[in-house]
Design a binder for this molecule. Sequence first.
Ligand code: IMP
Length: 481
Amino acid sequence: MFRWHSPGIGVSATISDADIESYVWFKDRNGFEAAQRIACMSVTIVGSQLGDEGKGALVDLWGGEADVVSRYQGGDNAGHTVVENGEEYKLSLVPSGAIRNKIGVLGNGCVVNLDTLFDEIDTLRDRGIDPEVRIARRAHVIMPYHRVLDGIEEDAKSDSDLDAGTTGRGIGPTYEDKAGRRGIRVGDLLDRSTLRERLEYVVPQKRALAEKVFDIDVGAQFDTDVLFDKYAGIGERLREESMTVNAGKFLNDCLGSGKNILFEGAQGTSIDIDHGIYPYVTSSNPTAGGAATGTGIGPTVIGQGEVVGIIKSYLSRVGTGPLPTELIDQDEPLADAIRERGSEFGTVTGRPRRIGWLDMPMLRHAQRANGFTGIAVNHIDVLAELETIKVGHSYELDGETRMTMPATTERWNECEPVYRTFDPWPDVSWSDVGEAGYSSLPSNAQAYLEYIAAELDTSLYAIGVGPDRADTVELTNPFDR
Ligand code: IMP
């Protein structure tokens, strides 16, 4: 056994003899014996486009090497399907690693619908899996009135085309209350007097908003006493099951004791509240910086790890707003074919997704905002056998060439994509490709992938060629870097 001190993490811990070779040793600037793990300890998975890039497959693949999988933003607007031992699990909140005996953490940057969370946990228990899930006491709770207000506001905005096409899960209204300092946090549910005080302040405001501004009749979702009874009860369950944590400390201690953490981003960079196509965005930060603010682990620590951008080899979009490379009008049959083949229907809402060609300025923007150390490109099989494959390589705007997205969505809407055409690749046995590796990919598909990696000046870590875990060609496991 060795005592060590980590300069990045600032804690001391004990390393077993078996793990000793995974560390380098040196004296830190105070003269203490210090050690740093050689292998990467954190991997952050980020969506590079508009969400639905197939992040779940990589979380599933690399989560095998992690001890902890932590979400850092969003809520049950995300949806992922995990297949384990032939069984399919559809999850929105329980981090997928929890199916594989990993600790799942919902960080403080998440907004949590506790009904959804307990439904998922109870369903998993009925199926013989007891997931270990911890929730940050600083995370905000999606209350029933948030869901009602989400729907009302989307309706109100639809007259002026400003509706974002939300998932209706109350995400925006919950983050709104967080920023307005009137939210209910998970920790508040553990203390009856705080919970009552918070509800007595906020619920009458929400009721007045619904009744007086939006002119609707409200029910139990806006009743302070009903909400108090329900959420005090939920607080009891959270306490009995020891589910809440000080997430930053919990995760920091995990890193300090040599555990690997996978930070699982939901949604994608172009629907980030700060870096996305505002106002057609979600209300959180899916970008890599969100992994720090949304968990309480410092950016320097996250930055010592890997940040992997997940890319779909074309675009899909469930929400509203512009989409310069969208396949519309005469290209609609092509969009239909890609939609069918790629099963492009929303996991949470079932809505058919809009389809477009890969948008390289969007990806360059994502690379800058996230600082990817590597990328994974999914759905290469879906583009097989198309007559031609196009990529929006740059935009033309006001007679000038633009290589990345303008800052406003209105200007983005004025961008004309300048396309590059790629030679098509044949349909092959993708499961064989999954087994045989990169060299067995059709050469035109390799050229397409290498173009993407070169434009983003980064390395290809993995290629998705089908829906199953075995259908991923892995070139680099970021935990081994
Ligand atoms: P919200 O997150 O439900 O508020 O929705 C805001 C916008 O983000 C809408 O355009 C949604 O369609 C989009 N969105 C939210 N979650 C996802 C996701 O998991 N995948 C893709 N789009 C999403």
